[in-house]
Design a protein around this ligand. Structure first.
Ligand SMILES: *Cc1c(COP(=O)(O)O)cnc(C)c1O
Length: 460
């Protein structure tokens, strides 16, 4: 005997008032598709699990939720409660809020991105950035592409394709699981020539590897996301420059993060600056726009004009070219650096990096006090450590304050899952079966939202 199932017909559903309203807001195909899905699911439940038929209202409301969810942008803002400042999965840098007006201007209007307003002729999109980069780094010339991986690819392709590139074995890094120096080298048509060992590389290793015919350039790579300790030896940029000069070879330096300011002035570990690297002899320096610089995703190339000119002529530059929104946001970010004290305050990445522990403590206390009355969880206020992230400053310790939550009725993974749902997902960390909210990356304005969300989840 066949079981009896009951689901409303599509015609019946499409005639309801709610559907007419939905059709005004959403594409018809999406509405029809979602109704098909909810009726099919109900039919299946009736057949397989013997569930009762759902009412028309119930199906309509299920479909409405499904439609709204399907129509939401999948890319949305989230609250970063991980404490990791440059979290690659969460978009690395937030831009300075001063740039909002400029973003709207450039996004919703025509612009002079490649138009020279003086002459009325075609202009270059790179000019908007080059002067500022020269001012800020002391370089002779500059060029910007899509990201630092692209910057390295272009530098190698333009300057050493078909030649050997000499790199220390201790610097053959992989970043974020997809950027590997040996792979980029292959892609650019260069032959990687590894010298030294993982922990020790001397000037003589480079000297012995140089071949007058074959060698195209020497390359140094910043060990961004790892450290080698113990018996180590690596040669400084200055020493490497001496080797490069003796052989009349260009020296390029992939700095990865690349900072424009001396971070040790703000109580952080000493990091070489981009201008310092150029002064020490790098002919070309490449670095990211969205790591320590705190701007949009971009790959910045600065250095000797003769080499940058070669890159400007290269076909890859066209393929790796940056969008006008990136230009506008990078220009805006770089402009902040003209006044370093201001940059520290307005560039979110720098602000989060240099914020004092007392400010963090105060913020953590506000969050803690808004939650401490809840009985459904064990909630504590503790000290902790934040990370810089984004393959930057792996040795930098950052003391922070953390609100730690151990829910009593649900598991910590379920708690984390629920925090990730809805309009404003909150992303924290799980450690030793507790949920950690590190206030370093949380804005004051986000505390109320977190507090409401946690309260609602625990009370449910
Ligand atoms: C991060 C990093 C890269 C890749 O930069 P993206 O901007 O993410 O493409 C390349 N080299 C080094 C040393 C890095 O740290």
């Amino acid at each position: 005997m066949t079981k009896k199932v009951s689901v409303p017909s599509m015609t019946e559903m499409l005639q309801t008032h709610m559907v007419k309203e939905l059709l005004a807001d959403y594409p018809r195909e999406l509405v029809v598709d979602c109704f098909r899905k909810v009726t099919a699911a109900s039919r299946k439940q009736q057949l397989e699990s013997g569930d009762k038929a759902k009412t028309l209202d119930c199906l309509l409301s299920e479909a409405k939720k499904m439609i709204a969810k399907a129509y939401q942008p999948t890319l949305k803002k989230v609250v970063n409660a991980t404490g990791t400042i440059l979290h690659t999965n969460l978009g690395r840098s937030k831009l300075p809020s001063d740039l909002k007006e400029q973003l709207l201007n450039v996004a919703f209007h025509f612009t002079n991105v490649e138009y020279d307003l003086e002459t009325g002729q075609r202009g270059s999109r790179y000019e908007h950035l080059e002067k500022l980069l020269i001012t800020l780094t002391g370089a002779e010339a500059a060029l910007v592409v899509n990201n630092n991986a692209a910057a390295v690819l272009l530098s190698l392709s333009a300057l050493a394709s078909g030649k050997e590139v000499i790199v220390s074995r201790g610097e053959l890094v992989e970043i974020g699981g997809s950027f590997r120096i040996p792979e980029i080298m292959k892609l650019s048509g260069c032959d990687l020539k590894e010298v030294g060992t993982t922990n020790k590389t001397y000037a003589s290793d480079y000297e012995r590897a140089i071949d007058e015919e074959q060698t195209g350039l020497l390359m140094k790579v910043h060990r961004s996301n790892f450290t080698i300790s113990g018996f180590t030896e690596s040669i400084s940029l200055k020493e490497l420059k001496t080797v490069a000069d003796a052989a009349e070879l260009p020296l390029i330096y992939d700095m990865g993060s690349g900072t424009l300011i001396e971070l040790d002035k703000y109580g952080l570990r000493k990091e070489e600056t981009v201008s310092g690297a150029l002064r020490d002899g790098a002919d070309i320096v490449t670095f990211s726009g969205d790591k320590l610089l705190g701007g949009p995703q971009a790959g910045i190339i600065v250095g000797k004009k003769e080499f940058i000119d070669q890159m400007k002529q290269h076909q890859l530059t066209r393929a790796l070219r940056i969008d006008k929104l990136t230009i506008a946001m990078l220009e805006g970010t770089l402009r902040q650096y003209l006044d370093e004290e201001k940059a520290i305050q307005t560039i979110p990445a720098l602000h989060m990096l240099t914020v004092s522990e007392s400010v963090l403590k105060e913020k953590a206390e506000t969050l803690f006090n808004s939650l401490s009355h809840l009985n459904e969880a064990d909630i504590t206020l503790t000290r902790g450590k934040s990370q810089v992230g984004g393959g930057s400053m792996p040795e930098q310790e950052l003391s922070t304050w953390i609100v730690s939550v151990k829910p009593k009725k649900i598991s910590v993974t379920e708690f984390a899952f629920r925090l990730r749902q809805g309009e404003s997902p909150v992303i924290g960390r799980i450690h030793s079966d507790r949920y950690l909210l590190d206030v370093r990356t949380i804005e004051k304005e986000e505390i109320e939202l977190i507090s409401e969300k946690v309260t609602e989840i625990l009370a449910f």
